[in-house]
Design a protein around this ligand. Sequence first.
Ligand code: ADP
Ligand code: MG
Ligand code: MG
Length: 367
Amino acid sequence: MEISNKVHEAIDGFKLPGELKECIRYGSGHINDTYRLTYETPKGTKRYILQRMSKSIFKKPVELMENVSGVTAWLRKKIIENGGDPERETLTLVKSNDGLPYFVDSTGEYWRVYLFIEGATCYDAVKDDNDFYQSAVAFGHFQRLLADYPAETLHETIKDFHNTPDRLEKFKKAVAEDICGRAASVQKEIDFILEREELTHALYDLQLDGRLPLRVTHNDTKLNNIMIDDETGKAICVIDLDTVMPGLTANDFGDSIRFGASTALEDEQDLSKVSCDLHLFDVYARGFIEGCGGALTDLEIDMLPMGAILMTFENGIRFLTDHLEGDHYFHIHREGHNLDRCRTQLTLVKDMQEKLPQMNAIIQKYK
Ligand code: ADP
Ligand code: MG
Ligand code: MG
């Protein structure tokens, strides 16, 4: 078992019962460093997930962990009330020797331990409609269980994350400054965005005036952030709660549609391949609304398609902003990569705006 001193130090920071038998790198997450620990105890084998939280991405680890602790404790209570198994249906944090839900090592890195969820798997890619449907049910169910959570008590760990008007302001500033001299070459895209300036207020204003409630949002609603039961094939648990924040239900729904119902990859260069697949939209909408189980208001449900348009628009704005500013936020793997990404998003926005009546009709079927 070859593990670094730092990992040893972290393991020692948690008094886990039994004898450590194995420690391996685990999973295919891109953000945190994840390890699986196996202990032999008199009661049998017990496994855990040990994670070093990304220092570069999460600047406020204590606030982040307060969010995770609050939400997991709430979920645990709800799951027990519903007669479920809290150790499989939500993440369970293990306290460190200091009695905290994390451990800080001698170099200032933050670590945490979760019980390992047994008998379930995270899949990286959607292979069929059922996978997409299962993730929809899981993220909808997450909304349902947290519907009466006081969302305003959560920390906004990434400030203005889905403040679309603010994203637009930052974009305008990037156009005005044009530090790379690229604005002239993307005038078409700039115009497309500016023509839709009003759109950036579509949900934000409803939230400001209290017509849309603030909810607990997940903000990373990928398939590989849910666990699927190996026996039943059903989603049992939502994981990866690092980006849990107060927000709108339509954000989580919309982001899933943005990347999950698109017929092309986010950086496809042949824009004729890019569209929103209404069948996949239907599959996700059905699962999500079912999972929410009546916890959403009428207006929240009505605004789900707008969430899809807005999340896509917001990403298009962000990609173009980064292109104009010299690609310092999103990693690029080729010249113009962020511009390609911007173009797929704007193509999707146009397609979704045209398909809005059909999307609304689908939503109404499941309301
Ligand atoms: P990242 O932010 O790096 O994606 P995740 O929290 O999603 O980190 O964890 C990475 C991977 O580790 C997951 O995709 C999953 O395979 C595995 N994993 C995380 N937590 C658990 C857990 N409690 N039980 C079993 N596997 C887990
Ligand atoms: Mg993950
Ligand atoms: Mg993550």
